[in-house]
Design a protein around this ligand. Sequence first.
Ligand code: HEM
Length: 473
Amino acid sequence: MLDKNMELVFLTVVISLGCVALLLFLQWKNLQGPPCIRGWIPWIGAGFEFGKAPLEFIEKARIKYGPIFTVFAMGIRMTFVTEEEGINVFLKSKEVNFELAVQNPVYRTASIPKNIFLALHEKLYITMKGKLGTTNLRQFTGQLTEELHEQLDHLGTHGTMDLNNLVRHLLYPVSVNMLFKKGLFPTNKRKTMEFYQNFEAYDEGFEHGSQMPEFLLRNWSKSKSWLLAFFEKNIPDIKAYKSEKDNSMTLMQALLDIIEIETNEKSPNYGLLLLWASLSNAVPVAFWTLGFVLSHPSIHRTIMEGISSVFGTAGKDKIKVSEDDLKKLPLIKWCILETIRLRAPGAITRKVLKPVKILNYTVPSGDLLMLSPFWLHRNPKYFPEPELFKPERWKKANLEKHAFLDSFMAFGSGKYQCPGRWLALLEIEICIILFFYYYDCSLLDPLPKQSSLHLLGVQQPEGQCQIEYKRRK
Ligand code: HEM
């Protein structure tokens, strides 16, 4: 009998201890951060491996470590979320913050100190959101058409050119003249070349420039200084500019008003930021869209039929594009959105202010929470047959009500979603319509691969792609 009692007590003690151990284990696991890839070099961590091909690195890490993992590189902890629970925290939690996540890259790339950036950001953002919002967009349609006509005239009657270069020659002057001041983009050949060279070098080095001290990037630093000097010289003219048509201010003029009232400092630096934001994604997206359409003959044909049915025989007249015309050509917008889905930015980021729980892990404060639109858009759960260029999937989106497809995150999300998204779509739509209306064209090369180097912005082509174009009679 005594033996039986002893046995019972022993069993109860073992079970209780087991429960306590399990509880402690679970609690310990809860306090644990996600699996961390840190390499073996102090501070640099996994920096070299990650920097070589960040997008591939992220996907390999997801397969190996699961839906949430941390990468330690160049002194920074980046915690990537890839599934629902983590994405919800990224999008909705009050404990994660946009401004504090981007303040450091803004300082490195445009030399705007933290205190000025944080003091101005909200006011500048509200102004951009208003000026570039859907209700204000009509104002840009005429200006875009006019500017694009001017740039298309410079293409001449026929030629062969790298498609990316062609798009740059159209969209750099159009964006600069529209957002800053009409006529600001240089027209003199030497100055134009200088502008192209310096902006391209700045854009190419932007990713490294956002992470490394400037003295390590001599050429990039030179281009940055050239662009800052360009704005320094032109700010007085931008301020004094008055539109001949109406009294409307350009976007940069509206931003300058705020900057001057609040600090009166760093105007050229904000000019540089706006320049980069307006060109760095829109230009490659226009390139890829033209490339995808031209390499899908049936889509190209349908688009041409649409253009002729709205504007008459292609190439005949000098056409104006209106909002109503655009509504009759939905396939063009679907092609642009499908392109953006496939070439989306590598990652968007938020700073963790207080520890947040995701799955069984606790992500500590100070981490950068990272979400990859590029990989999210390749999840077949959200986009069936994700690798295929299928513009018709956008039929389901309520674009009339300005809603994209669920899980489309190329313009970011939440409070500080890209304020230029509607302008970008409009600009690329009109560019495609006018180019196809006036020019008969075909690709001479296969579409290049995308380089998987871009975490901050959309993906760039890895090589050249020649296009042959001929003005229609
Ligand atoms: C297809 C083209 C574009 C893409 C894919 C794109 C994408 C993005 C993304 C992902 C963000 C970060 C949002 C977030 O973290 O939630 C952003 C921010 C921003 N974008 Fe765009 N963008 C494009 C075109 C433009 C254009 C044409 C402009 C200007 C006219 C512009 C101006 C900005 C600005 C100023 C911000 C920073 C907003 C802030 O400081 O809060 N973007 N964009």
